[in-house]
Write a protein that binds this ligand. Structure first.
Ligand SMILES: [Zn+2]
Length: 78
């Protein structure tokens, strides 16, 4: 059985995984979700960093596509 790309990503994590998508871009702390509803069909959520006291909108849809694109590029080179 051939596993889809996303499953291989989960089974073979990167040696140096990128920062968590919910980590604060400023200080790296894990942020807490503020709103859980999606807007306009996009998977965008608002997270709040306790340390910086700032809120960041995380676009999970875009992040996922970038992740899969990167994986495909690496696969073709191996
Ligand atoms: Zn922060």
């Amino acid at each position: 059985m051939k596993w889809p790309a996303w499953f291989r990503l989960l089974r073979n994590p990167r040696p140096l995984p990128p920062a968590s998508p919910t980590a604060c871009p400023a200080c790296g702390d894990e942020m807490v979700v503020v709103e859980k509803f999606t807007m306009m069909g996009d998977d965008i959520r608002t997270y709040r960093c306790k340390r910086c006291k700032t809120e960041h909108d995380i676009d999970f849809g875009t992040a996922l596509w970038k992740l899969m694109s990167d994986a495909n590029e690496r696969d073709s080179g191996e």
